[in-house]
Design a protein around this ligand. Structure first.
Ligand SMILES: Cc1cc2nc3c(=O)[nH]c(=O)nc-3n(C[C@H](O)[C@H](O)[C@H](O)COP(=O)(O)OP(=O)(O)OC[C@H]3O[C@@H](n4cnc5c(N)ncnc54)[C@H](O)[C@@H]3O)c2cc1C
Length: 347
């Protein structure tokens, strides 16, 4: 079998990159273990331009956000299915000072693209928001399981997918690239999230896995908007709400914990006027995060046909549309990614 690129992993990373390569007319094969996916299938799928306790513009927001919706919408059209839910995010203000600060930002050019409206008084009576809040634009969520499953079917139709465990022991180098079993490729790309941690080619890549727990619940108040302060509360198409998530660097293997559930409920109870709720599901996953919280893109320093596209941490939905473009430029035009995200920043 002769192909251009063998991609390991079909999470958010492998999906976006393989699509860009196919659109550029390249032949790819994606090898994946969907039932072992530890991150993309658990994720809430949120993309949010203003994040964190202090509500700041997300890292590289101005280059990332123009790519997000057009990318997923193009795939929706191609696959004839809906998985992108564009939804405003409502972020209540915590104080009058914060309200004033954001009234100030609303006049600034760099922020205007992310604002829909600012409220100076309670906007939702069901939410604790005495100082009002801000409705953000260019936000929403991706139904990741639907996205991954329909894209996998598309790859299968193109004869570009294998459900198989990639075993590095079978990788060999040839004059033109690599050979894996009967597959000859110009290059191999590790898009397999934390699966890359066991690779001898990237054993020094400083991953810092972060466990996350997330709940599906039922509550009476189901607005169209996502509400986000301390926790996010996403209205799903089945009428449930997705709430979360936690961040821990320990207990990586212990599955759902009572402590995380309590943590999420505590934050939710602070956000909502009513504490009534029914728990429907409790899931956990591990984010392929990195020590400096920036992704890993690039080429192995010694084996020039071995590449990495990984480390998307807590933000795979918003990072992969833009960075899959950057990575495609490396694979096809030998254009090096900027230092901040280049794997070469680590020795
Ligand atoms: C609780 C939680 C909430 C989250 N919420 C959000 C959110 O709201 N928004 C957001 O943008 N991100 C969120 N994330 C983060 C998001 O899930 C990650 O950024 C994203 O999943 C990373 O995708 P990936 O493709 O790099 O890795 P993965 O999704 O881990 O995919 C890697 C794939 O490679 C496969 N694989 C591994 N080894 C092998 C092998 N040897 N052979 C074959 N296949 C292999 C795996 O089975 C898997 O399918 C969340 C994560 C968690 C855990």
């Amino acid at each position: 079998m002769e192909i251009d690129f063998l991609l390991i992993g079909q999470g958010l990373a492998g999906t976006a990159l393989s699509y860009r390569l196919l659109k550029a007319g390249r032949k790819v094969l994606v090898m994946d273990l969907p039932h072992e996916n530890q991150s993309s299938r658990i994720a809430a799928g949120l993309y949010n331009p203003i994040t964190g306790k202090k509500m700041v513009k997300t890292w590289k927001g101005d280059v990332l956000f123009p790519e997000i919706e057009p990318f997923y919408e193009q795939l929706e059209k191609e696959l004839e299915i809906n998985f992108l839910y564009k939804k405003a995010i409502y972020r209540p203000f915590l104080s009058i000072e914060e309200q004033n600060e954001w009234m100030g930002y609303s006049g600034e050019e760099g922020f205007q693209a992310y604002f829909q409206e600012i409220f100076q008084q309670t906007h939702f009576p069901e939410v604790v928001n005495p100082y009002g809040g801000i409705l953000l634009a260019q936000s929403g969520y991706l139904d990741i399981p639907t996205y991954l499953d329909t894209y996998r079917d598309y790859l299968i139709r193109l004869d570009a997918y294998r459900e198989e465990r990639y075993d590095e022991e079978f990788l060999m180098f040839t004059e033109t690239g690599v050979r894996y079993k009967e597959i000859n490729a110009k290059g191999i790309v590790y898009c397999n999230g934390l699966g890359t941690m066991g690779s001898k080619y990237f054993s020094n890549a400083p991953f810092a896995p972060v466990k996350g727990e997330i709940l599906d619940i039922q509550q009476d108040f189901v607005p169209d908007e996502i509400i986000n302060r301390g926790v996010f509360r996403i209205p799903l198409s089945n009428g449930n709400l997705r709430v979360g998530s936690t961040y821990t660097w320990h207990d990586l293997d212990s599955g759902p914990t009572e402590r995380a559930k309590e943590e999420i409920f505590e934050k939710l109870d602070k956000l909502m006027v009513s504490n009534e709720k029914v728990l429907v599901a409790h899931r956990t996953g591990i984010r392929p995060a990195t020590k400096d919280r920036k992704p890993f893109l690039g080429k192995h320093p010694e084996f020039s046909s071995v590449y990495i596209f990984n480390g998307f941490g807590a933000k795979g939905v918003s990072l992969t549309p833009y960075f899959s473009k950057v990575m495609t430029d490396l694979l096809l035009n030998n254009q090096n990614p900027e230092k901040e995200v280049n794997i070469s920043r680590w020795k």
